[in-house]
Design a protein around this ligand. Sequence first.
Ligand code: B12
Length: 208
Amino acid sequence: MKNVLLFFPRLSPDEITETRFLMPLSLIYVATPLREAGYNVSILDARLRDDWKEELRRRVESLDPVCVGISSLTGIQLRTAMEAAREVKSLSADLPVVWGGVHASLLPLETMREDFVDFVVVGEGELTFTELVKCLDQGKTPHAVMGIWYKDDGVPKRNPEPRKIDLNSLPALAYDLVEKKLLSKERLAEILQPEVLTKPRPIVATRE
Ligand code: B12
């Protein structure tokens, strides 16, 4: 089975002492359909380990992934995201690095200008990324994949965005891919404070 490595960068320099870290939802969402498509997905959450760089190296070498996907917000998270992308390229210059998430979606051209970025997935990543991974895996040119930016002779090119995803069509999320400590009883008890559990709360669910 082919591997895909996904990287979630740190949100603060002292992440290891920060107890209120959240699920890397962006990566869980893109990982789920990818796994359904037959890929083995590994999520490296840099917030949870001080030795993330060694672990990144270890996983790149042992998994020989089809590509490495990185998610980032704008701001401090970019620091580790860029460090990780540079590290991947120093290990294997030909290993495609795909950026997604809010920052790359807002500033795709600026993101594409970096030499440690091969592709940007703009907006919803579930179907676009799966299609891109399949192309890379099968050695096909991905230049027709909707929703991506790619490089043509080093020049960033953009494809139109695909239609919005019908969220009801997505499979149940692959929560088992995250580190167990994010799913521990203590952790869930911390999030689910009594006042949250006892008062009715409206749920807002939209991606618009
Ligand atoms: C819920 C939410 C929160 C929750 C987080 C809950 C959690 N469990 O993570 C809370 C309230 C804690 C929060 C906090 C913050 N948030 Co907030 N949050 C949101 C919100 C409303 C939804 C985010 C979300 O979960 N979306 C669902 C996931 C699945 O979507 P996604 O992450 O975008 O991922 C999809 C795509 O982007 C893409 N994708 C993402 N990564 C990758 C990677 C690859 C390789 C690929 C191919 C694709 C891909 O595919 C995914 C699936 O379609 C967004 C606004 C919005 N509507 O997006 C703001 C938003 C992300 N937050 C924002 C900010 C600034 C913050 C804070 C930094 C605020 C602060 N100053 O403290 C903190 C950061 C805290 C933290 N430690 O993460 C900004 C980010 C702006 C930016 N330019 O980056 C946003 C966009 C709001 C805004 N409009 O300003 N947030």
